[in-house]
Design a protein. Structure first.
Length: 355
């Protein structure tokens, strides 16, 4: 009996010690603080099927370490149902704040209301919710993306010809902003250019199929605007198949402008395979998404106006602020387009050249 009692006591002590170790090695306590007392932040990655978002995913833990915050991460894989479910997981884990990039910017509203009722601040990066408030939106001016692409193509085509716009998802504020601004700019500044808008829902296979079909009916297409690098591979393949991968000096050249600024785009500009891109700041999305949610947890507030990091905070609507980060147009030679400066593809300041 004595030996059995000693055995039970030993097991109790061992299990208790194991539980203590497990608690200390976890990603964060139930009260939302990490092992060092730092706040635990939930970060949902919106997808991992593009080079841009994979770059963002790599930047998040780097900046989390720099800022001294612990993160719990999920990946909603471009599915709003997954994002809502992931958010419930964050709530149950007791996170102090959430960073997300909802791709369906309308359907996220009820989840934002729930987080607000629980006093869990939210920062959205890349996208802005159609309704509901968050502590800060961190994105670039997506209307400027469309305008820059329009002016690049309009200038290169001399104001005449046909262009295809491979749109993103129109259930996203980004897709709508880029589409509306591109169309408005073309109608106002280059009325001699015909625009064929092709909805793709940010899907590479859909973009390739629609571009192929468009070329079949309009073989004299002279410009392509890809609203994201998701369409890059398919577009290049189609141009190659049609014998259109020729230098800009060749009359058959099709001018291509993209959005993202991933390393592959910059290399392709240097190689003459595409002509321009708008560099969307994957590194700064990660950095300032985390900085703002950390500031929210600490009770800090912000006002519209210029920031210390070269951007401008605007008030989108009552109670909603957006930090609009710089997103330069990148070209082969770095020459101005329509009077606006551009950066050369090999500029060392571009995150795509340092990824």
């Amino acid at each position: 009996m004595k030996n059995r009692a000693l055995l039970r006591l030993s097991l109790t002590l061992i299990l208790g010690a194991a539980a203590t170790v497990a608690a200390g090695c976890g990603e964060g306590a139930a009260d939302g603080t990490g092992s060092g007392g730092s706040p635990v932040i939930g970060v949902d990655y919106p997808r991992s099927d593009t080079d841009f978002w994979n770059s963002y995913i790599r930047y998040v833990p780097q900046f989390a370490d720099d800022l001294g915050v612990e993160v719990k991460t999920t990946n909603s894989q471009n599915d709003i149902a997954n994002l809502i479910s992931n958010t419930q997981t964050f709530i149950s884990q007791g996170v102090k704040g959430v960073v997300m990039a909802p791709q369906d910017t309308a359907a996220i509203a009820p989840t934002l209301s729930q987080l607000d009722s629980k006093k869990i601040p939210v920062v959205t990066i890349d996208t802005r919710p159609d309704t509901g408030n968050v502590f800060m939106v961190v994105r670039a001016d997506n209307r400027a993306y469309g305008t820059k692409a329009c002016r690049f193509l309009g200038t290169k085509l001399g104001g005449n010809g046909k262009v295809v716009m491979l749109q993103g998802g129109l259930d996203s504020i980004n897709g709508r902003d880029r589409t509306e601004a591109f169309n408005e700019c073309m109608q106002k500044e280059f009325p001699g250019i015909t625009v064929f808008g092709e909805a793709t829902d940010w899907k590479a296979d859909v973009a390739a199929s629609k571009l192929q079909t468009r070329f079949a009916s309009d073989p004299d297409i002279k410009g392509i605007y890809m609203q994201s690098s998701f369409a890059l591979s398919g577009t290049l393949q189609i141009l190659k198949q049609r014998g259109l991968q020729v230098p800009p000096s060749d009359p058959k050249h099709v001018f291509v402008v993209s959005n993202d600024g991933i390393p592959e785009e910059l290399k392709n500009i240097g190689a003459g395979l595409i002509d321009a891109t708008v560099s969307q700041p994957a590194d700064l999305y990660a950095r300032y998404g985390l900085e703002y949610v950390q500031a929210a947890v600490e009770g800090k507030t912000f006002q519209p106006g210029p920031t210390e990091h070269g951007s401008t905070i605007i008030q989108v609507r009552d109670g909603l602020l957006e930090d609009q980060l710089p997103a330069p147009l990148v070209t082969a030679d770095g020459a101005p387009i329509a009077g606006e400066p551009t950066l050369k593809f090999d500029d060392a300041s571009l995150w795509g050249n340092n990824a």
